[in-house]
Design a protein around this ligand. Structure first.
Ligand SMILES: [Zn+2]
Length: 408
């Protein structure tokens, strides 16, 4: 019967089209994610790779068997802008802290200059965009801890002149003028001198970074700063109750003044069960790091090696739970639902933290983009999270700097 045959044919055809559309839509998202990742500015605001420049066997231009970041893996993951962290132990203060910070600034500049075809130093949002147009990686610097100015406000200007674009007000310990989230309060937030430091950072166009600081320091900085704040590597306390993360109220206050929270991938900052077990086994991140620093005689490579070794051992013994890279996406999604896609970004803490499974290094970054597409995020929002939000607040800080200098 022709009519039955036609109906049957239509049914079969529809089934085939439906099956194909399901198949292609799956592939389509992976394809879209790839295109999106490799056409966007993907800016990571916190990487401790600088410490590796001081080890003999690390080469930024080659694929290294260890660590999370180098030029080949950045290219593979589409990460084309990076903040190299300038960091030394928060208990080193005064002139020795300045000296060590300068050593690290020099190391970043020298290592970047070795590979001019691939990577170039950037100071401004415009520099980052230019590097992207030229197909090069943009290298920026952030000082992680106010102790590195040696209690001397002039160092803010000098660091800015050398290319430092943000400064974290404290690290794990209080410095002379700002309380840390992982130390006993000593200053009730920012001292008057600390507030002057924030004003000077505004004048220099240096982003004020509130990762690591106590809640009171955060609110003080938020009140004083004329430019939006950045949390260069912090996650959401609502999902993992760690003092290094931000409460929903803090994220809302940060966003209300135009700021951005850059999600940190460290396992103990993104997964509650892991954090609880890690605290039980090691006494928490500050105590653990302090012990390792002593045992390793301040050798950074030894500290991260020993930390990874212990963490692997405890995971193998079942004392630490497995953590999936998907927790990173949960934190991004929580922050976006709370304050919108204009106020969320990426601050991995690569080379300074324990990465969750599936995010072994920066080559795995496209997974985040694909996961956000699968959640239905518009491409424009994903581009903002990948890097455009950070560029926007850099531009705002640059504008505030121009205005403040013009008003003098
Ligand atoms: Zn940090």
């Amino acid at each position: 019967m022709p009519r039955i045959r036609v109906t049957l044919c239509i049914c079969v055809c529809l089934a085939v089209v439906f099956a194909l559309s399901r198949f292609t839509s799956g592939d389509d998202i992976a394809d879209r994610a790839h295109k999106l990742q490799f056409s966007s500015i993907v800016l990571d605001t916190h990487d401790d790779t600088t410490q590796r420049f001081f080890t003999n066997n690390f080469d930024l231009g080659k694929r290294n068997p260890e660590g999370h970041v180098d030029i080949p893996r950045m290219k593979e993951g589409g990460m084309n802008a990076i903040f190299f962290s300038i960091w030394i132990d928060g208990r080193v203060m005064g002139p020795p802290a300045i000296q060590k910070a300068l050593d690290q600034i020099d190391a970043v500049r020298e290592n970047v200059h070795k590979y001019p075809k691939d990577i170039v130093l950037a100071r401004t949002a415009e520099d980052v965009r230019r590097a992207h147009t030229q197909g090069k990686i943009a290298a920026l610097m952030g000082v992680e801890g106010g102790h590195m100015i040696g209690n001397d406000i002039r160092m803010v200007r000098i660091f800015a002149d050398l290319g430092v674009r943000y400064m974290t007000l404290s690290h794990f310990y209080n410095d002379e003028w700002a309380d840390s989230s992982t130390d006993k309060p000593a200053h009730n937030g920012l001292t008057d001198f600390g507030k002057d430091i924030v004003r000077e950072m505004n004048r220099q166009g240096m982003l004020v970074d509130i990762s690591h600081v106590s809640d009171k320091t955060f609110y003080d900085a938020l009140e004083i700063s004329k430019a939006p704040l950045i949390a260069s590597h912090s996650s959401c306390r609502a999902l993992c109750n760690h003092v290094r993360d931000m409460s929903d109220d803090m994220i809302k206050a940060l966003a209300a003044k135009g700021g951005v929270i850059q999600i940190n991938y460290e396992k103990s900052f993104i997964d509650q069960a892991y954090k609880d077990a890690y605290d039980k086994e090691t006494g928490g991140v500050v105590q653990h790091l302090s012990e390792l620093t002593k045992n390793c005689n301040n050798d950074e490579a030894c500290i991260s090696r020993e930390m990874a070794k212990l963490q692997e051992k405890l995971t193998a013994e079942g004392k630490l739970p497995h953590v999936s890279w998907e927790r990173i996406v949960d934190h991004i999604d929580h922050a976006v639902k709370l304050v919108g896609a204009d106020h969320v970004g990426l601050g991995s803490d690569f080379d300074g933290a324990d990465m969750p499974e599936g995010m072994e290094d920066c080559s795995k970054l496209p997974k985040i983009t694909e996961a956000l597409l699968r959640k239905g995020y518009p491409e424009g929002d994903i581009r903002k999270i990948l890097g455009e939000n950070t560029l926007r607040i850099m531009e705002q800080a640059e504008r505030v700097s121009r205005e403040l200098k013009a008003a003098q």
